[in-house]
Design a protein around this ligand. Structure first.
Ligand SMILES: [Zn+2]
Length: 253
């Protein structure tokens, strides 16, 4: 009776041992090994107003430098349905416009964040304006904007996202927001230009999940700003429940 069992356990062992090279075929990068974490899978939701493809193409290689992020771009809102989001840590909305065509899309998103998922909004408060769920998740909804060069002042130097960050200048649009009645603003940064003093970076806890939002990010002038990139990376780490890390500097030629 012992022999068949031994044979079986040996077979199971060989099968499992055989599995290992398959998973080792996708080795973690040095950076993610150093961080000791799994890749942070981010679903980037575009497909509406603004150059969402340009945003993705600019930001994806920057975030990949950390070795921690894996971005997937979609324009299909059915990807928000519960089962589809199971593989992701964070859902990042970029750009304006749009409407949920199916209640299970916004319900899937709501359940994902309530259950402990991360959400990030980038220049995305002027979107899904028929949806109270989306407004509540992001906390603010676009009212109007101007644009140009301005200072972004850091409001919270103790929050993990903005700890160690300094005020910075940026060329961008200057969205103002109407806050959802259920939302309590925790501002991480605001525009400081004359009468324009509104928050443009904030976070909120939502159920067991976390939402990072910035109204910054109109076009390439913002996306290529190193401080915007740093803020975004730190916000995504935080939304994923991870300690924010820096984007490695490009190596000198
Ligand atoms: Zn814009």
């Amino acid at each position: 009776m012992i022999r068949p069992l031994a044979l079986l356990s040996s077979l199971v062992f060989s099968w499992c041992a055989g599995c290992r090279p398959a998973s080792a075929a996708q080795p973690a990068t040095a950076a993610s090994q150093a961080a000791g974490g799994d890749p942070i899978k981010v679903l980037v939701v575009g497909g509406r107003g603004h150059d969402w493809n340009g945003f993705y193409k600019t930001i994806d290689p920057v975030l990949r430098k950390t070795g921690d992020f894996q971005l997937t771009l979609t324009a299909n809102l059915d990807d928000l349905k519960s089962a589809s989001l199971e593989n992701y840590k964070v859902v990042l909305f970029y750009g304006s416009g749009g409407d949920f065509g199916d209640p299970t899309q916004e319900a899937g998103l709501d359940q994902f964040v309530r259950g402990g998922g991360g959400m990030a909004g980038v220049h995305a408060t002027d979107a899904f304006k028929q949806s109270d769920v989306y407004w509540r998740l992001l906390g603010g909804r676009f009212i109007t904007h101007s644009g140009g060069q301005f200072w972004l002042r850091i409001d919270d130097h103790n929050h993990p996202v903005t700890a160690g960050m300094r005020d910075f200048e940026i060329q961008d649009e200057t969205y103002t927001s109407q806050y959802h009645p259920d939302f309590k603003l925790h501002s991480l940064g605001h525009i400081d230009r004359g009468s324009e003093q509104q928050s443009m970076v904030w976070t909120q806890d939502y159920g067991k999940g976390r939402v990072f939002n910035t109204t910054l990010g109109h076009d390439g002038a913002a996306w290529t700003n190193p401080n915007f990139q740093r803020l975004l990376a730190r916000g995504l780490y935080w939304a994923a429940g991870r300690e924010p890390r820096e984007i490695p500097a490009a190596k000198a030629q």
